[in-house]
Design a protein around this ligand. Structure first.
Ligand code: TXA
Ligand code: MG
Length: 418
């Protein structure tokens, strides 16, 4: 007994659950970057001493201790550790319980830092030299922001192979959120950061979501308030012809096509939802369960633009009835409804009075729905503890592509077109 216990301790197994997770406030409005800091790497001025102290504490954990820290980005909260260091990356996978063949995005604070810390080049020269021309227009216009590009791995790149899960390419972005950028700049370390949720759960868009999932598993959460965008970054691959959109996200497909230049007008969308377990995958994240609430979730996807509203609501009503009947148990059910554009608030009450109903509006524009989706799925699941969730989706255009991608996965197979 004694022996196996000390083995567990030495191997780090025992310590995995034993953090006293701290939550420290940071004020994004106290962090000031120059207009060119995301290119030349100049450091921010921080006008609030407490914010600076907390950022430096987080930076030290990442740079010196191989630890992980959760921090806000404009998309979702990330769980960050050094991309250069095997032990840090292992800590990320372990805390999240994430399959290790799903590669991570490296976050840098500037293109100068990408050149110096990932490509290990100290020389001056064309700052865009390591970024293929195909990306230049997009990077000039959309960084810092929710755009992730794939770059080739070569003899110069310093990334841990655990960051890239053995892929011949790596994913990188410069986040727009001042807290994220300041943390990366102050640690002077490229930070590998998947969303800071336990694998398979909805991504976190507030510090409380991270605390719910990861308390005891990580040393520190920086709390910088809610995430503006609400879904992860758009992942694109310009190293293939035609270029591909691998994951829809904070920038829309339409924006990529419009801003990217000639080659991006032929951009293809990766649209396979699942991949067989033996298959070599281009976006490894595709084959895993994702974004799922505990409660059974049913997504409604509006695709029949031509059908009159009354006909569409008939389909919706009859499907809801079917799901409630097949889900029925002896105990009275609690059912959550998330509406967007067409569903009335009293939809469930108009169908039956045999259930308790909780209703929230996701908003009426694509941007609002995108920014609220994960938070409201979590609220129904974790606070209201409903048994069954119905969600009114939006059309696949603009923000709808990313919203419906997440919603379809959250719902597993339960998607109803109307
Ligand atoms: O907004 C975001 O991107 C957030 C925040 C924290 O910045 N991060 C995030 O990371 O969503 P993660 O690890 O959950 O998503 C990484 C995605 C996965 O779909 C992964 O398969 C893909 O990027 N990916 C990473 N490296 C890749 C590579 N070399 N080739 C293809 N896909 C890659
Ligand atoms: Mg994720």
């Amino acid at each position: 007994m004694q022996r196996s216990f000390s083995f567990l301790r030495r191997s780090g197994f025992h310590s995995a659950m034993s953090y006293n997770t701290k939550v420290l406030r940071v004020d994004p409005s106290a962090i000031h970057f120059s207009a060119t800091a995301h290119i030349d790497g100049s450091l921010p001025r921080i006008s609030d001493p407490e914010t600076e102290k907390h950022l430096l504490e987080a930076a030290r954990l990442i740079r010196d201790d191989g630890e992980t820290v959760a921090f806000p980005t404009e998309t979702v909260y990330g769980l960050g550790g050094s991309s250069l260091n095997d032990a840090s990356v292992r800590n990320i996978y372990k805390a999240k319980n994430r399959p290790s063949d799903n590669p991570l995005i490296s976050h840098v604070s500037s293109i100068a830092q990408l050149n110096r810390r990932i490509y290990q080049q100290d020389r001056e020269g064309d700052v865009l030299r390591n970024i293929p021309v195909v990306y230049h227009e997009l990077v000039r216009q959309l960084w810092p922001g929710p755009l992730t590009i794939l770059l080739p791995i070569n003899e110069e790149t310093a990334l841990s192979v655990l960051t890239t899960a053995g892929q011949p390419t790596f994913a990188v972005r410069i986040p727009a959120d001042p807290v994220a950028r300041a943390l990366i700049a102050l640690s002077d370390t490229p930070i590998a950061a998947p969303s800071a949720n336990v694998s398979t759960r909805p991504s976190p868009t507030a510090a409380e979501h991270v605390y719910h999932d990861l308390k005891g598993k990580i040393p520190l959460i920086l709390d910088g308030g809610s995430c503006r965008v609400g879904v992860e970054s758009t992942v694109i691959d310009g190293l293939v012809n035609p270029p591909m959109l691998l994951r829809p996200g904070g920038f829309t497909y339409e924006e990529i096509i419009e801003l990217g230049g000639e080659q991006w007008s032929h951009c293809k969308v990766e649209n396979r939802m699942t991949v067989g377990s033996g298959e070599k995958v281009r976006t490894p994240g595709m084959k895993y369960k994702h974004y799922s609430p505990r409660a059974s979730t049913v997504a409604f996807a509006p695709i029949n633009d031509d059908l009159p509203t009354s006909e569409r609501m008939k389909i919706v009503t009859s499907e809801i009835m079917k799901y409630m009947t097949s889900h029925g148990t002896d105990k009275r059910q609690k059912v959550g409804l998330l509406t967007s554009i067409m569903f009335p608030n009293n939809l469930l009450e108009s169908i039956t009075d045999e259930v308790d109903v909780v209703v929230y509006s996701l908003g009426s524009s694509g941007k609002e729905v995108q920014s609220n989706l994960f938070a409201m799925l979590r609220r129904l699941d974790e606070e209201d503890e409903v048994d069954l969730i119905f969600v009114e989706g939006i059309s696949d255009r603009n923000e709808g592509l990313a919203v419906m991608n997440r919603l379809r996965k959250a719902a597993g197979g339960n998607v109803v077109s109307f």
